[in-house]
Write a protein that binds this ligand. Structure first.
Ligand code: SF4
Ligand code: SF4
Length: 268
Protein backbone atom coordinates (compact mmCIF):
# COMPACT_ATOMS: atom_id res chain seq x y z
CA UNK A 1 0.00 0.00 0.00
CA UNK A 2 1.11 3.55 -0.71
CA UNK A 3 1.18 6.17 2.05
CA UNK A 4 -2.03 8.18 2.14
CA UNK A 5 -0.88 11.54 0.83
CA UNK A 6 -3.96 13.47 1.99
CA UNK A 7 -2.46 15.89 4.50
CA UNK A 8 -4.16 16.53 7.84
CA UNK A 9 -5.20 20.07 8.60
CA UNK A 10 -2.15 20.71 10.75
CA UNK A 11 1.28 19.62 9.61
CA UNK A 12 4.76 20.19 11.00
CA UNK A 13 6.73 23.04 9.51
CA UNK A 14 10.33 23.49 10.59
CA UNK A 15 11.09 27.17 11.33
CA UNK A 16 14.78 26.60 10.70
CA UNK A 17 15.60 28.23 14.00
CA UNK A 18 18.66 25.98 14.46
CA UNK A 19 17.85 25.20 18.12
CA UNK A 20 18.06 21.42 17.69
CA UNK A 21 21.50 21.76 16.04
CA UNK A 22 22.77 24.13 18.72
CA UNK A 23 22.28 21.62 21.58
CA UNK A 24 23.60 18.32 20.34
CA UNK A 25 25.15 17.14 23.61
CA UNK A 26 23.14 15.09 26.11
CA UNK A 27 19.97 14.92 24.01
CA UNK A 28 19.34 11.36 25.24
CA UNK A 29 16.11 10.60 27.17
CA UNK A 30 16.70 10.02 30.94
CA UNK A 31 15.62 6.34 30.86
CA UNK A 32 18.15 5.64 28.08
CA UNK A 33 20.88 7.36 30.15
CA UNK A 34 20.19 5.02 33.10
CA UNK A 35 20.38 1.98 30.84
CA UNK A 36 23.60 3.23 29.25
CA UNK A 37 25.28 3.87 32.59
CA UNK A 38 24.45 0.39 33.80
CA UNK A 39 25.08 -1.66 30.66
CA UNK A 40 27.02 0.21 27.99
CA UNK A 41 30.39 0.50 29.71
CA UNK A 42 31.55 -3.07 29.26
CA UNK A 43 28.64 -5.42 29.97
CA UNK A 44 27.55 -5.60 26.33
CA UNK A 45 29.53 -6.36 23.14
CA UNK A 46 29.10 -2.75 22.01
CA UNK A 47 30.99 -0.52 24.42
CA UNK A 48 30.50 3.20 25.02
CA UNK A 49 33.77 5.10 24.70
CA UNK A 50 32.73 8.41 26.29
CA UNK A 51 30.82 9.41 29.48
CA UNK A 52 27.07 9.91 28.88
CA UNK A 53 27.23 13.64 29.76
CA UNK A 54 29.90 14.17 27.05
CA UNK A 55 28.04 12.36 24.31
CA UNK A 56 26.42 14.15 21.44
CA UNK A 57 24.28 12.49 18.83
CA UNK A 58 25.60 9.41 17.04
CA UNK A 59 26.91 9.25 13.50
CA UNK A 60 26.96 5.79 11.91
CA UNK A 61 30.39 4.91 10.55
CA UNK A 62 29.55 5.74 6.90
CA UNK A 63 28.05 9.06 7.98
CA UNK A 64 31.18 9.92 9.97
CA UNK A 65 33.23 9.24 6.82
CA UNK A 66 31.06 11.72 4.91
CA UNK A 67 31.25 14.29 7.72
CA UNK A 68 35.06 14.03 7.75
CA UNK A 69 34.99 14.91 4.04
CA UNK A 70 32.46 17.72 4.50
CA UNK A 71 34.49 19.31 7.30
CA UNK A 72 37.38 19.74 4.86
CA UNK A 73 35.08 21.18 2.19
CA UNK A 74 33.76 23.86 4.57
CA UNK A 75 37.08 24.25 6.39
CA UNK A 76 36.08 23.40 9.95
CA UNK A 77 37.18 20.87 12.55
CA UNK A 78 34.06 18.88 13.45
CA UNK A 79 35.92 17.06 16.28
CA UNK A 80 34.68 13.64 15.14
CA UNK A 81 35.61 10.92 17.64
CA UNK A 82 34.67 7.31 18.36
CA UNK A 83 31.59 6.85 20.54
CA UNK A 84 30.82 3.10 20.44
CA UNK A 85 33.02 0.17 19.49
CA UNK A 86 33.48 -3.58 19.76
CA UNK A 87 36.87 -4.97 20.77
CA UNK A 88 37.15 -8.20 18.82
CA UNK A 89 39.34 -10.79 20.51
CA UNK A 90 39.43 -12.96 17.36
CA UNK A 91 41.21 -10.35 15.24
CA UNK A 92 42.43 -7.93 17.95
CA UNK A 93 40.68 -5.18 16.04
CA UNK A 94 38.58 -2.36 17.45
CA UNK A 95 35.43 -2.28 15.30
CA UNK A 96 33.94 1.21 15.38
CA UNK A 97 30.16 1.35 15.06
CA UNK A 98 29.39 5.01 15.84
CA UNK A 99 31.18 8.33 16.10
CA UNK A 100 30.16 11.65 17.66
CA UNK A 101 31.10 15.30 17.34
CA UNK A 102 32.77 16.43 20.55
CA UNK A 103 30.97 19.76 20.78
CA UNK A 104 27.96 21.36 22.56
CA UNK A 105 26.68 22.93 19.38
CA UNK A 106 27.05 21.26 15.98
CA UNK A 107 30.30 22.52 14.41
CA UNK A 108 28.51 22.71 11.04
CA UNK A 109 26.05 25.31 12.38
CA UNK A 110 26.82 28.92 11.40
CA UNK A 111 24.42 31.83 12.03
CA UNK A 112 21.59 29.33 12.63
CA UNK A 113 22.24 27.74 9.23
CA UNK A 114 23.63 24.31 8.42
CA UNK A 115 26.78 24.61 6.30
CA UNK A 116 26.17 21.20 4.74
CA UNK A 117 22.41 21.35 4.29
CA UNK A 118 22.80 20.58 0.56
CA UNK A 119 24.47 17.21 1.28
CA UNK A 120 23.13 13.87 2.48
CA UNK A 121 23.26 14.86 6.13
CA UNK A 122 23.25 12.24 8.87
CA UNK A 123 20.03 10.35 9.56
CA UNK A 124 19.96 11.93 13.04
CA UNK A 125 20.07 15.43 11.48
CA UNK A 126 17.03 14.61 9.39
CA UNK A 127 14.82 13.17 12.13
CA UNK A 128 14.32 16.37 14.14
CA UNK A 129 11.89 17.24 15.78
CA UNK A 130 11.59 13.51 16.64
CA UNK A 131 14.02 11.99 19.07
CA UNK A 132 12.76 8.46 18.40
CA UNK A 133 10.33 6.55 16.23
CA UNK A 134 7.30 4.59 17.47
CA UNK A 135 8.36 1.06 16.42
CA UNK A 136 11.52 0.37 18.43
CA UNK A 137 10.73 -2.50 20.82
CA UNK A 138 12.11 -1.27 24.14
CA UNK A 139 9.32 -2.04 26.63
CA UNK A 140 6.05 -0.10 26.58
CA UNK A 141 4.74 1.56 23.44
CA UNK A 142 5.90 5.19 23.37
CA UNK A 143 3.59 8.08 24.20
CA UNK A 144 3.54 11.29 22.19
CA UNK A 145 5.04 13.25 25.11
CA UNK A 146 8.34 11.37 24.97
CA UNK A 147 8.92 11.18 21.22
CA UNK A 148 10.14 14.70 20.52
CA UNK A 149 13.14 16.85 21.36
CA UNK A 150 12.84 20.52 22.29
CA UNK A 151 11.30 22.24 19.29
CA UNK A 152 9.06 25.31 19.45
CA UNK A 153 7.41 24.45 16.17
CA UNK A 154 5.92 21.34 17.82
CA UNK A 155 3.97 23.34 20.42
CA UNK A 156 1.13 24.10 17.99
CA UNK A 157 0.97 20.57 16.60
CA UNK A 158 1.20 18.67 19.89
CA UNK A 159 -2.50 19.03 20.94
CA UNK A 160 -3.60 17.61 17.56
CA UNK A 161 -1.58 14.40 17.98
CA UNK A 162 -3.88 11.55 19.10
CA UNK A 163 -3.12 9.81 22.42
CA UNK A 164 -4.06 6.37 21.10
CA UNK A 165 -0.96 4.60 19.70
CA UNK A 166 -2.41 3.45 16.36
CA UNK A 167 -4.03 6.81 15.65
CA UNK A 168 -0.83 8.57 16.67
CA UNK A 169 1.25 6.59 14.17
CA UNK A 170 -1.32 7.18 11.41
CA UNK A 171 -1.19 10.90 12.22
CA UNK A 172 2.62 10.90 12.05
CA UNK A 173 2.53 9.25 8.62
CA UNK A 174 0.69 12.30 7.25
CA UNK A 175 1.70 15.25 9.41
CA UNK A 176 5.45 15.41 8.67
CA UNK A 177 5.86 16.29 4.99
CA UNK A 178 9.52 17.15 5.68
CA UNK A 179 10.23 13.39 5.98
CA UNK A 180 11.32 13.63 9.63
CA UNK A 181 8.94 10.84 10.72
CA UNK A 182 10.26 8.45 8.07
CA UNK A 183 13.84 9.40 9.01
CA UNK A 184 13.14 8.71 12.70
CA UNK A 185 11.80 5.27 11.81
CA UNK A 186 14.84 4.66 9.59
CA UNK A 187 17.20 5.60 12.41
CA UNK A 188 15.53 2.95 14.59
CA UNK A 189 15.68 0.41 11.72
CA UNK A 190 19.46 0.93 11.52
CA UNK A 191 19.80 0.59 15.31
CA UNK A 192 17.89 -2.71 15.17
CA UNK A 193 19.98 -3.90 12.21
CA UNK A 194 23.23 -3.13 14.08
CA UNK A 195 22.08 -5.04 17.18
CA UNK A 196 20.85 -8.00 15.10
CA UNK A 197 24.06 -8.08 13.08
CA UNK A 198 26.32 -8.09 16.15
CA UNK A 199 24.41 -11.04 17.62
CA UNK A 200 24.58 -12.89 14.31
CA UNK A 201 28.33 -12.23 13.96
CA UNK A 202 28.83 -13.70 17.43
CA UNK A 203 26.68 -16.75 16.63
CA UNK A 204 28.71 -17.39 13.49
CA UNK A 205 31.91 -16.88 15.50
CA UNK A 206 33.01 -14.10 13.16
CA UNK A 207 33.65 -11.90 16.20
CA UNK A 208 34.41 -12.58 19.88
CA UNK A 209 33.73 -9.28 21.67
CA UNK A 210 35.62 -8.39 24.85
CA UNK A 211 33.02 -8.17 27.64
CA UNK A 212 33.16 -7.59 31.40
CA UNK A 213 36.70 -6.22 31.18
CA UNK A 214 37.61 -3.51 33.72
CA UNK A 215 36.65 -0.36 31.79
CA UNK A 216 40.07 1.33 32.03
CA UNK A 217 41.72 -1.82 30.70
CA UNK A 218 39.21 -1.94 27.83
CA UNK A 219 40.01 1.67 26.86
CA UNK A 220 43.73 0.93 26.88
CA UNK A 221 43.30 -2.13 24.67
CA UNK A 222 41.06 -0.12 22.36
CA UNK A 223 43.73 2.57 21.98
CA UNK A 224 46.38 -0.01 21.11
CA UNK A 225 44.25 -1.93 18.61
CA UNK A 226 43.99 -1.57 14.88
CA UNK A 227 40.74 0.29 14.11
CA UNK A 228 38.19 -0.62 11.47
CA UNK A 229 34.71 0.73 10.76
CA UNK A 230 31.79 -1.67 11.25
CA UNK A 231 30.60 -1.71 7.62
CA UNK A 232 34.20 -2.11 6.38
CA UNK A 233 34.57 -5.07 8.73
CA UNK A 234 31.33 -6.62 7.45
CA UNK A 235 32.55 -6.29 3.86
CA UNK A 236 36.08 -7.52 4.55
CA UNK A 237 34.88 -10.52 6.56
CA UNK A 238 32.51 -11.50 3.71
CA UNK A 239 29.43 -11.03 5.92
CA UNK A 240 27.95 -8.66 3.33
CA UNK A 241 28.67 -8.35 -0.39
CA UNK A 242 28.77 -4.64 -1.06
CA UNK A 243 28.51 -2.09 1.70
CA UNK A 244 27.56 0.54 -0.91
CA UNK A 245 24.27 -1.25 -1.60
CA UNK A 246 23.53 -1.52 2.09
CA UNK A 247 24.26 2.18 2.70
CA UNK A 248 22.13 3.12 -0.33
CA UNK A 249 19.18 1.23 1.15
CA UNK A 250 19.67 3.10 4.45
CA UNK A 251 19.91 6.44 2.62
CA UNK A 252 16.71 5.69 0.72
CA UNK A 253 14.83 4.75 3.93
CA UNK A 254 13.84 1.38 2.47
CA UNK A 255 13.37 -0.22 5.92
CA UNK A 256 11.33 2.69 7.25
CA UNK A 257 9.04 2.83 4.21
CA UNK A 258 8.27 -0.88 4.60
CA UNK A 259 7.67 -0.60 8.35
CA UNK A 260 5.29 2.34 8.00
CA UNK A 261 3.41 0.79 5.07
CA UNK A 262 3.08 -2.56 6.89
CA UNK A 263 1.72 -0.74 9.94
CA UNK A 264 -0.83 1.22 7.89
CA UNK A 265 -1.92 -1.91 6.06
CA UNK A 266 -2.50 -3.74 9.32
CA UNK A 267 -4.25 -0.80 10.94
CA UNK A 268 -6.78 -0.51 8.10
S1 SF4 B 1 13.25 21.03 13.98
FE1 SF4 B 1 12.43 22.51 15.47
S2 SF4 B 1 14.19 23.10 16.71
FE2 SF4 B 1 14.99 22.16 14.83
S3 SF4 B 1 15.34 23.86 13.40
FE3 SF4 B 1 13.27 23.08 13.01
S4 SF4 B 1 11.92 24.35 14.26
FE4 SF4 B 1 14.01 24.64 15.05
S1 SF4 C 1 25.09 18.78 10.34
FE1 SF4 C 1 23.66 20.44 9.95
S2 SF4 C 1 21.61 19.54 10.27
FE2 SF4 C 1 23.12 18.18 11.23
S3 SF4 C 1 23.19 18.85 13.36
FE3 SF4 C 1 24.81 19.92 12.25
S4 SF4 C 1 23.94 21.87 11.62
FE4 SF4 C 1 22.26 20.51 12.21
Amino acid sequence: MKLNLTQPEKTFKCRQCGTCCSHIRGMMPEEDKEFMKEMAYGKLPLVQMVPTEKMSFPLWDWEAKRFKKYQQEVNIDAKIKTSRAILDLNTNKAIIVTYFMDSDSCPFLRDKKCLIYYTKRACICRLFPFNRGPFLSIGDKPKKENMFGTCDAMKKLMPSIPENYDDMVKFFSKAFPDGSFENAVQFDCITEWVNRTIIDLMKRKLIRPAMNYPYGFFLKRFENSEKIDFTDFLEQSGYIGSKEELIKSFDENIGAKKKINDFLDEAE
